[in-house]
Design a protein around this ligand. Structure first.
Ligand SMILES: [Ca+2]
Length: 115
């Protein structure tokens, strides 16, 4: 990672770190068994339970994991590669942002009493 290139810009350092973390988390789980660069059913289940437990309550049920894997498995090889994984992260991030924006709007509405 190049450091000091834009030291006043904390946002891009944060985003870079988030991207590196995203890659590292994926590989920590995908490297456990089988293809090192893909998540199988068990690896996906572990990742969902340990990294996204707040978002995906109930994902410990096998049928839920099966469904998520089926939805994400764009190329139909029965495993989730990084490209397919990023779709899940993006969808959850968008949902979080919508929640945040709604929450922010509602709280401002309450304070200023205008719409
Ligand atoms: Ca796949």
């Amino acid at each position: 990672m190049v450091k000091g290139r834009c030291k006043d810009c904390k946002m891009c350092a944060n985003l870079q770190r988030a991207m590196e973390d995203l890659i590292a988390v994926f590989h920590r789980y995908s490297g456990k068994e089988g293809d090192k660069y893909k998540l199988n059913n068990k690896e996906l289940k572990n990742l969902l339970q340990e990294e996204l437990s707040d978002f995906l309550a109930g994902s410990n049920e096998s049928s839920v994991v099966e469904k998520i894997l089926h939805d994400l498995d764009e190329n139909g090889d029965g495993e989730v590669d990084f490209q397919e994984f990023v779709v899940l992260v993006a969808a959850l991030t968008i949902a979080c942002n919508e929640f945040f924006v709604d929450f922010d709007r509602n709280s401002k509405k309450g304070k200023e009493d205008c719409s």
